[in-house]
Design a protein around this ligand. Structure first.
Ligand code: FMN
Length: 350
């Protein structure tokens, strides 16, 4: 069964020769950046000849799960880091000026998020760049096996701010963090306003993905089949008594139970710049893990700043930032389990 066409196109066209302007070359990579709910909230102004200004498209916010636009700002950081790498690949150095008109608080507004100037000076190629097209958020089941020796050190070595990064693979920590992730996810699902924020941007199957190639994608043969027979629908996903809702919860629980380790990023403060820098490093972290054959899924629910999530929020901060600071990212890390690895191997051969 074929996959989506338009929604996957940017992954096929990144770096294409038809993007003659180096700014478009760099941007063709940047648009592949990980970002919350895949809202792709970037508005791009090709300002002067060599300048790119990035703005926030205010109708792409997540007011329920990200009331202060903290996660969206992380997404802009990831976008910028990928832009810098894409520019270097095209032979340009990128000069990054975050929040040149001031850092918007308490929410993002119409001011520039970042202004980037490209200079025709050979920049150092980034070894992480080779993993860009293989990096995807992986919500599947992982193998319950050790990650390998000093994975934490290998990832930290690729980061701009290694001090903010941590790998949690101690058995007792992992058990407690799995439990916390599950509780927080269930709160998000059972809080109608926050769960509907996901449902509203859920694309079920390739036709919906192609029609609106942003938002959260449910894809694959089982989804196409479920959609056709009416088993997977927005209604059954939204309704706590519906089969889709229960399947969503079960799938998350199974995925978490299969998680051998977690990673986190913590900043001492929580300024816009802290959030933006976290995003630059989140992209680097994800690429470094990809290069090591590992795979990731952020589990952001416990980090979200709405009333129902207050307990998991306090608990995750006690665990991961005991001496203060803000936990900006929290994610599961591992390898696809043996069944998925075999299937991937077969489809490559076939
Ligand atoms: C700040 C941030 C928070 C995220 N939180 C979650 C999350 O809680 N659960 C999840 O499955 N994915 C999460 N993601 C991953 C995005 O949904 C994903 O990057 C986006 O859908 C694009 O897909 P891709 O990463 O496969 O390109 C998060 C990403 C970012 C940058």
């Amino acid at each position: 069964m074929r996959g989506p066409r338009d929604a996957d196109q940017p992954w096929k066209e990144a770096g294409a020769a038809r993007f003659v302007d180096p700014r478009l070359q760099a941007l063709s990579w940047a648009v592949l950046a990980p970002n919350p709910h895949n809202m792709q909230p970037w508005l791009i102004d090709l300002a002067d000849e060599d300048r790119i200004d990035i703005y926030f498209q205010t109708d792409r916010g997540l007011p329920q799960t990200d009331p202060w636009d903290r996660q969206l700002t992380i997404g802009f950081g990831a976008f910028t880091e990928l832009l810098v790498m894409g520019a270097a690949h095209a032979g340009y150095q990128a000069e990054v000026s975050p929040f040149p008109d001031g850092a918007p608080q308490p929410k993002l507004d119409g001011r520039r998020i970042v202004s980037i100037r490209l200079r025709a000076e050979q920049a150092q190629a980034d070894p992480l760049f080779s993993a860009v097209l293989r990096r995807r958020t992986d919500r599947g089941n992982y193998a319950l096996e050790p990650l390998g020796q000093d994975v934490g050190g290998a990832i930290a070595a690729e980061l701009r701010n290694p001090a903010g990064f941590d790998l949690h693979d101690d058995e007792a920590d992992v058990v407690a963090l799995r439990d916390l992730a599950i509780r927080a996810f269930e709160i998000e699902m059972r809080t109608p306003l926050t769960w509907m924020e996901s449902i509203d941007v859920m694309r079920i199957g390739r036709a919906e993905m192609d029609a609106e190639p942003w938002g959260l994608a449910l894809r694959g043969p089982m989804i196409e089949f479920g959609r056709l027979v009416g088993a997977v629908s927005r209604e059954s996903l939204a309704d706590p008594a519906g089969a889709g809702f229960q399947t969503g919860l079960d799938m998350f629980n199974t995925a978490i139970a299969s998680t051998p380790a977690f990673v986190s990023q913590v900043t001492p403060g929580n300024s816009r710049l802290d959030q933006f820098e976290t995003g630059r490093d989140w992209l680097r972290l994800h690429l470094a893990a990809t290069r090591l054959g590992l795979t990731l899924q952020p589990c952001s629910q416990a980090l979200q700043e709405y009333a129902e999530q207050a307990e998991p929020y306090a608990e995750i901060h006690e665990r991961l930032a005991p001496s203060g600071g803000t936990v900006q990212m929290f994610a599961r890390i591992g390898r696809a389990n043996a069944f998925r690895r075999r299937r991937a191997g077969r489809s490559k051969l076939g």
